[in-house]
Every structure is written in C-alpha cells, then in structure tokens.
Design a protein around this ligand. Sequence first.
Ligand SMILES: C[S@@+](CC[C@H](N)C(=O)[O-])C[C@H]1O[C@@H](n2cnc3c(N)ncnc32)[C@H](O)[C@@H]1O
Length: 434
Amino acid sequence: MSFEFFAPCPRGLETALAAELAETAQRRLPPGALEVGADVPGGVHFRGNWAGGMAANLHSRIASRVLLKIAQRPYRSEQDIYALAAEQRWEQWFTPNETLRVDITAIKSPLRSLEFATLRVKDAICDRMRSKAGARPSVDTAYPDVRVFAFLTASDCTLYLDTSGEPLFKRGWRLDKGAAPLRENLAAGILRLTGWTPGTPLYDPMCGSGTFLAEAAQVALDIAPGLSRSFGFERLKQVDTAAWRYLKSEANTARNTAQNRTSGLHIYGSDISDVMLERARANFARAGFGNVPLKQIDARNMTPPEDAPGILVANPPYGERIEVRGRNARGEARPSRDRDDAEEGFRRAQTDADAPDAEFFQALGDALKQRFTGWRAFVLTSDRKLPGQLRLRESAKTPLYNGALECRLFRFDLIAGSVRQRPAQDNANPGQNA
Ligand SMILES: C[S@@+](CC[C@H](N)C(=O)[O-])C[C@H]1O[C@@H](n2cnc3c(N)ncnc32)[C@H](O)[C@@H]1O
C-alpha cells in the first residue's frame, strides 16, 4: 500500500532534506518504498509504503517530523473542515483508548479563529470515533498518543496523521542542554551544507553542549538518529511490525559494523565554559561515543586540532540571550571555573563596561586568518554584520531559521595567501550583508 507523506524541516534545509531522503531510499529500502517528491518551503513531500515512512523516521537527521497525509480538500468554513475530518476512517488507525492532540498551521487562511478550527477538527475526530468505535478519545496536549495536524492554505485543508510522536530532533539521549543549544536537526542540516564527510577534521571552537559534534559523530559511526527513541507510529494500528523489526536490526548492524571500522573520528570541540564541556561529555557518553576530544579554551586562542586542514563550524554567542565570555581578558583566556558564574555568564551582562563583542569577533577573525589556513569555516549567526566584525569576506551565505530566528550560515574559505579580508569600516555598513 502506498501513502503520501510530508516531512517538515527547519526552513532553509529543504533541499538538504530531499537529498537525505533520497539517500535513505537508495541505501536501505527496496525500490518504490520511498520516492522523494517536491521540496516546498518548510519541508519535503514523498510517497511510499510503511517501510518508507518508518525508515524516514529512523534515518532522517534533518526532518522535524514525518506526517502521513490522510485527506485534502478545498474549504471555506470551519464546517467544511469538520466535515472533511469527520469523513476520515480514524478508527482504522487508533482506538478511543489513545489520547489525542490536534494542531493547525495556516498560511493565508480566511478563517477568523484557528483555535476554533482546531476544536472543530478535534470534535470531528471524536464524534467519528464515538459513532464507529463506541467511545471518544481523550485530549492530552502534553503527552498525546496520537497527533493530528491540519494544514490550511487560502483554499485547501490537508489533514495529516503524525507518525513521529516526539519531534525527530529529540534523539533520545540528550538530557543536558546548554543555555542555547541548537536543535539537532538544524545542526545536522548545517553539517550537510558544509560538505563535511567522515574522516575530514571537524572542529567546533564554541561547542556548548556539543550538538554539531554529536551529529557528526553519529554520521561517522553510522548511528541512525532514531535508534534510541520510540515513534508515534508504534502506537498506530496498521503498522508493519515485521518491516520495523527489519529496519531496526539493519540499523543496529550498520552501527556495529561502523564502530569496528572506525579508528578515529577526527571530531574536536572546545568551549570557554567547563560546565558546558561537562554537559557535552555526559551527552556523548549517553549517546555511545566517548572519544571526542574536548578542551576548555577561549576561542580567540584556538589552534587547529590536526595538521590536515578541515572544517570549522560554530554558532557563536549572540544578542541578548548569550554573551561572549572571557572579555575581561582582552584576548587572553580566562576560563571560568565557578559554576554559578558559568550558568549566569550565558546571560547578557547588564553592565557592558568591558571590551565589546566587536573586539572578540575581531580577535576570532585574526585567529582564523593566522592559524587556520586551508580550512573552511562555517558560522551560524543572526548577526548579518558578522563578516565585517571578523574582517573576513564570506564566500557564501545561506539563510536558515533557528526556530523563528532568521540566521545566516556564513562560509569563509581560508585559502593560503588569499584570505578575503574586508576593511574594518565594513562594520559601519549593516546593509552590506543582507
Ligand atoms: C550559542 S552557544 C553554542 C551552542 C552549541 N552549538 C550547542 O548546541 O550547545 C555559544 C557557546 O559559546 C561559548 N563561548 C562564549 N564565549 C566564548 C569564548 N570566548 N570562547 C569560547 N567559547 C565561548 C559559550 O560557553 C556557549 O557554549
């Protein structure tokens, strides 16, 4: 049986997700199980059978969810949406014993209240279940067994049954987070955009809880991102359990084979905060890869972790939520060992009397120019003036969204003798990098 699926993802990563799904289809499944369709703003459509949908859940590092399309029809009112939802055979998928949550996303919908529309979808499903299965499911917005998503455009309503459960960026092993951890699927998508492949040195000098490093280690060790978690589809009635057992055992075999094969990961991290590094270590231990070297240093004093050039990736402190630390030292590391200070230090200091962030970024740019010849550096930031602050000219910039925050992924090619520098006065021209 063939279904239509939609895999949403962080905006800016649609093409990367389509490529990843195509790889999953080729490597793990019989022909036709997963056929990648169009990528549209916010996600990728694909067709396939249950094995395809389950494989996308198990193997996608970039998707936020995998949604199974149930129905689509033009609508004008909440009543039309109720009618569409009430016609669907929900009783085929779950029982009234499962708890339910409904969410609606809309673009240019003419409806006045999305809250009311959400209630109508919920009512329609509950009414249908009562008439066909004898009871209404209860609503649980916090930990539902089953999630239904409705997507409204100006003219059409599409209903989806969620097959993922918890969003896919939750890999199931991260407990310790930093003050502003990247979502795992955004980090995984960025890694793909950098072109990094296992064996190439990878370094994050402001690694925090280690999201980039963890995602890279899992790629290098062929650890399927969903191997340590459960999925919403496991609670649905029509799941192909034999296919699921096969997919999981195949993923376990791939991980065991890669672990025996890998001599070194060539993945390195550092951060100024010992607390963050402890969290990263605890996370890595839980995830099953303890051999990622982590150092406590100020990024201004960073040096390449290997002789061979590689890829540097970072999302530095930014704006109001996270502050650059070690400023007092004006270029010298003064790593904090005090836990309370470390926790609080992530928040922007009220008094900004020390060296401004600009000084930190200029020193960071100098470190890149002077010590990272041959490397490619990728920096994710919401600050479009970053290249000016680093005094480096970017080779590329990719718009990406970190949640609702519009960011750029800047790429700097630190080629010997031709590092593209930019004059300091570029700082004064905020429009330049828009
Ligand atoms: C936005 S967070 C990075 C989050 C990380 N990508 C993650 O997923 O957890 C910025 C990090 O920069 C670190 N940091 C701040 N100032 C630093 C400095 N001078 N040198 C090195 N790291 C610094 C902070 O400790 C924090 O962990």
